[in-house]
Design a binder for this molecule. Structure first.
Ligand code: ADP
Length: 628
């Protein structure tokens, strides 16, 4: 027999283990939940494989989880007859490769005051919770359908060993995994059968595989009844499930450890039949913005777990949902490929989306405060649907909430439309990367002074949907920083023609001096307090969208040139208009025009186009003011 092979833990895993070993966290009992959850997943995986390879489970067809306590030797073991692991699986799953969750979990712990280690399962590194209570952890395992039996051993210091064994009596089944923990002095409480039973009832009652418990030192006291209910929770009727049980299930299936914000449990009956038990979390999952945008729904067929990787089941903009769909119509031996373009899956997807949006709509009507919490977490994700799901565009817009220039409260589009003045025809909005920058932008002045509300759109996704959504309820969306402002239509034509005329020489001078920088210079109605602002040309791309595309190197041309608008009633513009008629003052006006242009860029959240020239002209202008 070859000698045990010694391997080093990956650095981040090692750091995590140190935290586990030295933890003074009081609820160490969560290690039971994590190991039982892994055992149940292992059984689910094998049950799925056996749909096409029946012989894998022929010798031992009934899946179970067995917990054994050995007080004399301070051991507790959790065994399953699930899929098991071979050497390669052991190496890659337990220690040498850090999963993305490892770093996230370490970061979360270093930033949080409470150091809530029970969150570990959420980050996909639950196995390591064993080291909170164990001085030594052994994983004895044989992969279903393979011959070799392996023992992985570690005390949680920097390394672990893997060795092959021929003693097949150490596993009760011909396949599966036993996790054996030698408990530390401080963790002897977990050698108490009642204690473990209580923990299982608390956290793992919903596990659909029967869990048995025995105490090897109490001879012949094997409990023959499973200690959990061992039936799929979603098959029970709603009134038989407590809120606590729903939460446990959500925590297990969703790998989330908050309370569910919304629980949706129903059976669809008709042409196709399926049961849904879905949850919306009350906090943001750490991987919500992973570029892969994968959903976290698990697909079952007639109570048998099929896959948790079915992109067809729900569109990415609903990826915050957690839970299961159990179909009665799909075949048990369905493969990944068969799930693509499957009409049953397509139907389920469509009704799931419809149902989720209608549940959200009800919640918005019933409990606004609570809905706003949901919106803060998942609004930006849901809004991806406005441009990705043409069919649902309007219903998503209807349940969207918006910041706005008139109040600090979030409003719906319907509320916006209801509060529009008689003459206002369009829905005004402004996009940008930060609320403060947008709300203080000069472009908004004319709207504020006319008491016109403007939606403040500061999520990156807003630039995308506004670019592809011309109308809502027959009202056009209109960017306040693009094209002519349209305010004169609301005012009636009250513009001060005299002021406009006298600004003409200045406009001509600005056009000439800034001809490489701006597309045009014109009189503005949108300005009241500021002298100038920059807006996009009517047909140009949303400036915020341009910026985002540029940051991702996806903009083919440079940023489009803007139009400079000037406020003819502003005292500086009046003065400059006068100066521009005086030949001796032209150079001064030209310098100031550069300054005006650059400061507008700064107000738009950008850098001056030529910081050196800007700073030089600024100093010159200050100097001439000081000198006079
Ligand atoms: P997670 O279960 O969230 O993936 P863990 O750290 O708990 O993260 O486990 C890591 C991996 O180790 C699992 O994904 C699985 O591949 C493997 N594993 C853990 N326990 C078992 C088990 N009892 N049987 C088979 N594989 C297991």
């Amino acid at each position: 027999m070859p000698k045990p092979e010694k391997l080093e833990f990956q650095t981040e895993v090692s750091q995590l283990l140190k935290l586990m070993i030295n933890s003074v966290y009081s609820e160490k009992e969560v290690f039971v939940r994590e190991l039982v959850s892994n055992a149940s997943d292992a059984c689910d995986k094998l049950r799925y494989l056996s749909n096409t390879k029946e012989k894998l489970i022929k010798d031992d067809p009934n899946f179970k989880i067995q917990i054994a306590i050995d007080k004399k030797n301070s051991l507790i073991s959790i065994s399953d007859n699930g899929v098991g692991m071979n050497k390669k699986d052991l190496v890659s799953n337990l220690g040498t490769i850090a999963r993305s969750g490892t770093a996230h979990f370490l970061k979360e712990l270093s930033e949080s005051k409470t150091k809530d280690l029970s969150l570990i399962g959420q980050f996909g590194v639950g196995f390591y919770s064993a080291f909170m209570v164990a001085s030594q952890t052994k994983v004895i395992t044989r992969k279903a359908g393979e011959n070799k039996l392996w023992i992985w051993t570690s005390d949680g210091e920097s390394s672990f060993t893997i060795e092959e064994t021929e003693d097949s009596s150490i596993l009760a089944s011909n396949r599966g995994t036993t996790i054996e923990l030698t408990l530390t002095k401080e963790s002897k409480e977990y050698l108490d059968k009642d204690r473990i039973q209580n923990i299982i009832r608390r956290y793992s009652d919903h596990i659909s595989i029967p869990i048995y418990i025995s105490d090897v030192t109490e001879k012949k006291d094997e409990t023959l009844e499973p200690i959990n209910s061992a039936s799929a929770i979603w098959t029970r009727s709603k009134n038989k499930i407590s809120e606590e049980q729903y939460k446990e299930f959500y925590n297990h299936i969703g790998q989330m450890f908050d309370d569910p914000w919304m629980t949706s449990h129903y059976k669809a009956e008709g042409k196709i039949e399926y049961t849904v038990l879905n949850f919306i979390p009350s906090t943001k999952p750490f991987d919500l913005y992973d570029p892969a945008r994968e959903n976290r729904l698990k697909l079952y067929v007639k109570r048998v777990f099929i896959t948790d990787n079915c992109p067809e089941l729900i569109p990415p903009y609903l990826r915050f949902l957690r839970g299961i769909i159990d179909s009665e119509d799909l075949p048990l031996n369905i493969s990944r490929e068969m799930l693509q373009n499957n009409p049953v899956v397509t139907k389920i997807r469509s009704s799931l989306v419809k149902r989720t949006i209608s549940d959200l709509k009800k919640k918005l009507a019933k409990d606004r405060v609570s809905y706003e919490k949901f919106w803060k977490n998942f609004g930006p994700v849901l809004k991806e649907g406005i441009y990705e799901d043409f069919e649902r565009k309007d219903s998503i817009l209807e349940i969207s909430l918006f910041k706005n220039s008139k109040s600090s409260k979030l409003i719906t589009l319907n509320e916006y439309i209801e509060s529009m003045g008689r003459k206002q025809k369009d829905i005004y909005f402004m996009t940008g990367d930060n609320y403060e920058n947008i709300i203080n932008n000069p472009s908004l002045e004319g709207y504020k002074s006319r008491d016109i509300n403007v939606l403040i759109l500061d999520d990156p996704v807003d630039s995308f949907w506004t670019s592809s959504t011309p109308v809502y309820l027959e009202k056009s969306f209109k960017s306040v920083t693009r094209g002519a402002d349209g305010l004169e239509k609301i005012d009636g034509d009250k513009k001060d023609i005299k002021e406009n005329k006298s600004a003409e020489p200045l406009i001509n001078l600005l056009k000439e001096k800034l001809k490489d920088k701006v597309k045009d210079v014109r009189i503005s109605s949108r300005l009241t307090d500021s002298a100038v602002c920059l807006v996009s040309d009517e047909g140009a791309m949303d400036p915020q969208l341009e910026k985002i595309l540029q940051q991702h190197n996806q903009l083919n041309q440079g940023l489009s040139q803007k139009v400079m608008e000037i406020n003819p009633n502003h005292k500086l513009i009046k003065k400059l208009s006068k100066m521009s008629k005086d030949k001796n003052k032209i150079t001064e006006v030209e310098n100031i025009s550069i300054l005006l242009y650059e400061q507008s860029k700064i107000l738009d959240g950008e850098k001056p186009s030529d910081p050196i020239e800007f700073s030089k002209k600024l100093i010159d202008t200050i100097y001439s003011t000081v000198e006079n």
